[in-house]
Every structure is written in structure tokens, then in C-alpha cells.
Design a protein around this ligand. Structure first.
Ligand SMILES: *Cc1c(COP(=O)(O)O)cnc(C)c1O
Length: 702
């Protein structure tokens, strides 16, 4: 995959991108003049924040805003037991854990597994279905060992198994099926080595079922089986007429690259019968692709495959399992109306659709009900992990206080800009009666004066401080104009004034990489819920765009899950003084948080595994902290090794010492400092935990 690596300076229109400032500059932009204090009589409540960030839509009852105005989680869905995410963040900070950090709520995983199984159990009971449901977890969705173990643990009472799609996944999964009868479904292309391992698994009584993806695999399977002297059991992935929809649709349907067509299937069965192996085919499978948007498409596919099942059963193939693949969608809060991202069903409706559709066709055809298998990954893992990202600095353009006046001896152009601002802010504003023509004129004056200031600076007539001031005055004027335009009906407002709205959004520079942590946002435009972790009881007073630390111009979050019509920015309450400020990125657990991408050599983020526990004072404990990828590990992936780098740096420094450029002591210190970086994590550390007060504004800190 190639990625644009353009530097951001040539961005659209105004210069609203920031290069990474150094630490001193960061400190100063984090703490501009204090913003306006919260209006005491403000009627904004946490319910308004919940609505703004659509918490109910994506939170699945796990996430909510607590009475302290913090985002919190009820991992076991019990009213009484919740974990305040801001507490966990402060806790981690006290322990010296750097950010970004991924918090895994292991209980949420368990709860999702139980919910999925119970939804099927309920559908089976209510419909009178006469067989059982047996799920498998596709480990590609999140291969982390702890995640797989947690899923298996929670799924044990339901006989839950695993699905693997590659040799490495097979090797990882095979020893994990301790429970008799739990399935291990093997999709993907399989070579002879894999097939031998699978059949060996069958020999020792494990329910390992290879699913043939291509007709050609059939002879290979029978060959290996003959060689090992076993009667194989296998399934086939059927190429259905029904195709999926949405972003991942190419996995199903006529044009998909996977699956065995109906004519091939009949040839295959003929072959089996000739070898007296008709009972080797035990499972039919399809997979429509992830995040199926429309329940009707699913029903259609399920009915189609059940029809095939029924016909084959009647022709003497004793199939046992119907595997409906993955695709159970997750509501990312983008709403049902969004044609690309929404799903139009719940977990229970999905289970009902599968069970009732299979039952209906089987009953019509008078055949026995099969064991229903599904391979839900996204729906199990998405909710359990939250990425916590720290804001390193904010860049806002309008920072001129109301009572500000430039110095007497300031450049005339700057003073004139100030006059434009005073004019716009002057009386008449409250009544909202200032005519549009006057606002337009003020805007044009401001544009002209700013250009003048730029020219003066280029020619050397304006000191840099006054150029900075001119910029601030310009943006403050724009903001004041915009405030007065707000009440006017949009069609009446000239486009150039309306566009100001976009230019005035703040940039929140955050310590993470879009490509590393929310790859699907960058690659397919998937929206993820993002919100500040605290101050959610205050009325948002800024509009923010989140930009990351990579040098790519599209290293930013380009659209947000929120209730506003304009989703290109997020409304937030501003950072206060030097207090650390964090965003939570939610629903990271499926496909995102395990991306081993090494873009710009940012590595894996650190992780904390959190369990809810009513006995603990804050209702949780941190079971484990995994450090993020070190610089050394990251470099090793691209074949740079400490020994070699040390030797080179050593030689370089020795030369400098010999030439008298630096003193030997300084040279040794530099080498130490350089080598010390190898064990650091790859992310930016806003402060040194040993030096700075790590407690921030945490009220519980001493
Ligand atoms: C990826 C995949 C899954 C998982 O799909 P989800 O939509 O995440 O549930 C299931 N089965 C197969 C064959 C897959 O390739």
C-alpha cells in the first residue's frame, strides 16, 4: 500500500496545519490566556453531551457519562458497577505509563460473547428450532493472546470455538481447543503442511474442519488424507448468488474471489460418492463480508445456502453444520441513515434472521435442522478497547482578548487591522442589526490589511511579533464577523463569509498515528466515536479537528461521530491551563488495535488490561500493563540493529573528538543519550515522568 508522504505546508487555502512544534512552543500553546470561565447558569448537562457524541448509539449500554462529567464504562452491564475512564487514565499516568495507551476492558469482551450466544439461544427457543448454535471466533479480528483466551473462557459454557485463516493462525489456535466438540474452522488457502496438521488434529479427535475455498483444494485434501490414512471431514465455502453490500462487499457473490460454484459443488459430491466418502462433507459456509449493512441481504443469503443444504441432504450428503460466516455489524454511532456506514439491525435481530430463515427453508423442504455456526469477530471485540490519546498542543487562531489594544508605535497596518476588529466588535453587535454589507466590507478590509502585513514582513519592514499580531487580529476579526453572520439564513450569506466557519476550527495535535491506530478511518473512511474523557458536564466551547504526529497531510481525523450536521469537526470543551487533556477513541477492538503497521516507525501503543471489581475502591483493577513497542524493536523490523548503530555513532563521535569539535566527556554523554533512546517507546513523551508532576490535575493526587 502506498501512502502519500507530502508535508502538510501545502494544505488547502489558509495555513491551518501545524508542523510539530518543539516542547517550549507546545507548552505555550497548551496554555494560552485562560479561556472564559464556564457560565454558571449554563443549562448544559451530561445528557446533552451524551446526545452530542451519540454515546447511546454506539455505547451498547457499556459506555455512559457519569455524574462527574467523565466517560465511564459498565463492563458487566450492571448499574452498580462502573469504571470511570478518567480514573484509569490518571492511575496510568501516576504509574508512569505514557500515552497513547490502549485500555482493554476484558469484562466487555466476556459480556459480548455471552450476549451473542444468548441471542442465538433465545432465537432458537422462541422459534422452536430443533438444533443448536455453535459460534467460532475468527482470530484475525484481534489475535492478541489475552483476547482469544478471554473469548474462549467466556464462550466455554456455549461450546464456542475458533476460526483461522492462515498457517500462523492455525498454529496459534490448534492447542487452544481444550473443550470437546468446540470447532476450529480453517478458512483461507491451505497448503499440504496445513492440511496435514488439520487432519492430524482430526485424528486425535479435535473438531478441526478445513473449509475448501477453491475447487482445486479438493484433490489435494483427499491426497493428504489418503497419505495419512484418515477419513477427512471438511466443509466448502459456497459462492452464492447473493452478494454483500457496503465497504467490505467483495467477499460474497458471483464475482467474489472465494468460494466454490454450484456446478463445482455437484462435481465434488459426485467425486465423493465415487470414493464412498459422501459423509466427509459436513459443513457449508458463506461469508458476505464484514459489517453487513442490511439485514435483508443476510436473510437472502441464509435462505439460499439453506436451500443448497436441503437439496444436498436429500441427495444423500449428511451435512451437519451451516456456517453463516461473519458480517454481524457494529453500530459506530454513524446512524442508520448514513448509506455507507450504518447497519439496520441489532444483535438479536441478526440472530433471529439467521435462525428463522434456516428453520423456514428446512421446514418447507422437510429436512432436519443443522447446527448453526457463525464467525462473528467485529461484534465480539469492537467494544472492549479504548485508545487514550493525549493532546500535545492546540492551535487556535483567534486569541485576542476583548480589552486588547496594540502599542502606540505599532505599525500602521497592524493598527488599521485592529480598527477593523474594533469596528466589528463595536456597538450594534448585540442587536444583531449590523447589515451584511458592512460585515462584508469589514472582511475585505481585514483581508487586505493582512496581505499588506505579509508583504511588509517579506520586505523586512515588519518585526515578526507584529506579523504574529496581525495574524491574530485577522482571525479574531473573522471570528467576530462569523458570530454575527450566524443568525442570518445561510443562503443570504456570501460564500466567502460562510467559508470562514471551516477556517476557524482549532487543531488539536495528538500523540498518535492515524495509520497505526485507526487505519480503517484513513483507508475506507470508517467513522469511530471519539470524545474527550472529561468535562462532559460543560457546554463545548471550541470546535476541534484532531491531527496526528505523522508528517502526512492526511494524518488527521477527517469526520466525527456527532449529532451535528457538520461532521468535519468535533465540539469540545477547551483544555484548561497546563492540565493534561485526553481524547478517548472508542470501538477500537476489532481490526484496529492490532494493526501491526509500522508507518513512520510508530509502533504498537502501550496497553492496560482492566477488570471491573466491586470490592476495589474505584470499582476496577489494572491486571496488566504492556509497554508499547520500543525504538529498538521497531528499527529491528527494518533491519537496523543496536550493535551496528552503536558502532557507527561511536566512530562518528570519535572523529569529532579527534578533530576537537567536542570534548571527550561530552562525546561519551552524547553516546549514552543516543543509546538510551533504544529502549524508549516510539511515541512522543510530553514530559519526563521522573521529573514532571505526573498527577496533573487529578483531584485524588496528594
Ligand atoms: C474476516 C472474516 C470473519 C469475521 O467477520 P466479522 O465481520 O468481523 O464478524 C469471519 N469469517 C471469515 C471467513 C472472514 O474472512
Amino acid at each position: 500500500m502506498t501512502r502519500p508522504t507530502a508535508r502538510p505546508e501545502a494544505d488547502e487555502g489558509e495555513q491551518d496545519t501545524v508542523a510539530l512544534p518543539d516542547r517550549e512552543v507546545l507548552k505555550s500553546v497548551v496554555s494560552p490566556e485562560p479561556g472564559p470561565p464556564p457560565v454558571p447558569e449554563d443549562d448544559w448537562t451530561i445528557d446533552d453531551s451524551e446526545a452530542l457524541y451519540r454515546v447511546e448509539a454506539w455505547g451498547e449500554s457499556f459506555f455512559f457519562i457519569n455524574e462527574r462529567g467523565h466517560i465511564a464504562v459498565r463492563p458487566l452491564l450492571q448499574q452498580s458497577l462502573s469504571v470511570d475512564i478518567d480514573d484509569v487514565v490518571s492511575d496510568l499516568r501516576r504509574r508512569g505509563v505514557g500515552f497513547p495507551t490502549l485500555i482493554r476492558f476484558q469484562d466487555v469482551l466476556q459480556t459480548r460473547v455471552v450476549r451473542l450466544n444468548k441471542a442465538f439461544i433465545r432465537a432458537i427457543r422462541e422459534s422452536g428450532y430443533r438444533n443448536r448454535y455453535q459460534g467460532v471466533y475468527p482470530i484475525k479480528v484481534n489475535q492478541l493472546h489475552e483476547v482469544v483466551e478471554e473469548v474462549l473462557e467466556a464462550g466455554r459454557p456455549f461450546g464456542m470455538g475458533l476460526e483461522c485463516g492462515s498457517k500462523a493462525e492455525l498454529v496459534a489456535a490448534l492447542p487452544h481447543l481444550e473443550q470437546d466438540g468446540a470447532l476450529l474452522i480453517c478458512n483461507g488457502c491451505k497448503d499440504a503442511i496445513m492440511l496435514r496438521l488439520i487432519l492430524a488434529g482430526q485424528q486425535i479427535g479435535q473438531q478441526v474442519i478445513p473449509v475448501l475455498e477453491k475447487f482445486g483444494e479438493f484433490d489435494q485434501l483427499l491426497g493428504v488424507a489418503r497419505e495419512l490414512g484418515v477419513r477427512p471431514r471438511f466443509g466448502v465455502r459456497v459462492r452464492l448468488g447473493t452478494s454483500g453490500a457496503g465497504k467490505w462487499a467483495e467477499s460474497g457473490g458471483d464475482r467474489s474471489k472465494f468460494g466454490i460454484s454450484i456446478p463445482e459443488l455437484l462435481t465434488l459430491i459426485q467425486g465423493l460418492k465415487e470414493q464412498n466418502l459422501a459423509d466427509a462433507l459436513v459443513l457449508l459456509h458463506f461469508h458476505l463480508g464484514s459489517q453487513i449493512p442490511d439485514i435483508q441481504i443476510l436473510k437472502q443469503a441464509v435462505k439460499e445456502i439453506t436451500q443448497i443444504y436441503a437439496q444436498l441432504l436429500k441427495r444423500g450428503v449428511p451435512l451437519q453444520y451451516l456456517d453463516v460466516g461473519g458480517g454481524l455489524g457494529v453500530n459506530y454511532g454513524t446512524g442508520y441513515s448514513n448509506e455507507n456506514e450504518g447497519i439496520n439491525y441489532t444483535l438479536q435481530e441478526y440472530a433471529n434472521a439467521v435462525v428463522y430463515s434456516v428453520k423456514e427453508v428446512c421446514d418447507d423442504e422437510g429436512v432436519v435442522h443443522p447446527i448453526i455456526v457463525s464467525e462473528s469477530g467485529r461484534a465480539i471485540t469492537a467494544h472492549h478497547s479504548v485508545l487514550i490519546v493525549e493532546v500535545l498542543g492546540t492551535y487556535r487562531k483567534d486569541l485576542i482578548a476583548d480589552d486588547y489594544a496594540p502599542a502606540e508605535d505599532a505599525n500602521t497596518t497592524v493598527r488599521e487591522l485592529y480598527e477593523v476588529l474594533t469596528r466589528v466588535r463595536g456597538p450594534g453587535r448585540r442587536a444583531g442589526k449590523r447589515p451584511l454589507s458592512e460585515l462584508c466590507e469589514a472582511y475585505h478590509d481585514a483581508v487586505e490589511k493582512r496581505q499588506e502585513a505579509d508583504t511588509l514582513f517579506t520586505l523586512g519592514y515588519l518585526p515578526i511579533e507584529e506579523k504574529a499580531l496581525a495574524e491574530r487580529l485577522y482571525w479574531s476579526t473573522c471570528k467576530a464577523i462569523l458570530a454575527q453572520v450566524q443568525g442570518i439564513e445561510p443562503e443570504a450569506v456570501p460564500a466567502e463569509l460562510r467559508a470562514l466557519n471551516d477556517h476557524l476550527v482549532d487543531q488539536y495535535l495528538c500523540d498518535f498515528s492515524v495509520f497505526q491506530s485507526i487505519l480503517d478511518h484513513w483507508s475506507i473512511g470508517q467513522g469511530f466515536p471519539i470524545m474527550p474523557v472529561r468535562h462532559l458536564d460543560r457546554r463545548p466551547n471550541r470546535r476541534a479537528v484532531i491531527v496526528d504526529l505523522t508528517c502526512d497531510s492526511d494524518g488527521k481525523v477527517s469526520h466525527y461521530v456527532c449529532a451535528n450536521a457538520d461532521k468535519r469537526f468535533l465540539e469540545v470543551y477547551e483544555p484548561e491551563g497546563n492540565a493534561p487533556y485526553y481524547f478517548g477513541f472508542f470501538l477500537m477492538g476489532a481490526y484496529q488495535d492490532i494493526m501491526g503497521d509500522s508507518h513512520n516507525l510508530f509502533g504498537r501503543v502501550a496497553e492496560a488490561h482492566v477488570y471491573a471489581d466491586a470490592e476495589e475502591p474505584d470499582g476496577y483493577y489494572i491486571e496488566k500493563i504492556l509497554p508499547g513497542t520500543s525504538v529498538q524493536e521497531m528499527l529491528a523490523l527494518v533491519q537496523y540493529f543496536p550493535n551496528d548503530l552503536h558502532r557507527r555513532m561511536n566512530n562518528l563521535i570519535r572523529q569529532k573528538i579527534e578533530k576537537g569539535v567536542i570534548r571527550p566527556k561530552a562525546g561519551v554523554d552524547l553516546l549514552d543519550q543516543y543509546m538510551g533512546c533504544f529502549s524508549q517507546t516510539t511515541y512522543y513523551r510530553p514530559d519526563d515522568p521522573s521529573g514532571d508532576d505526573p498527577s496533573g490535575d487529578d483531584p485524588s493526587a496528594p
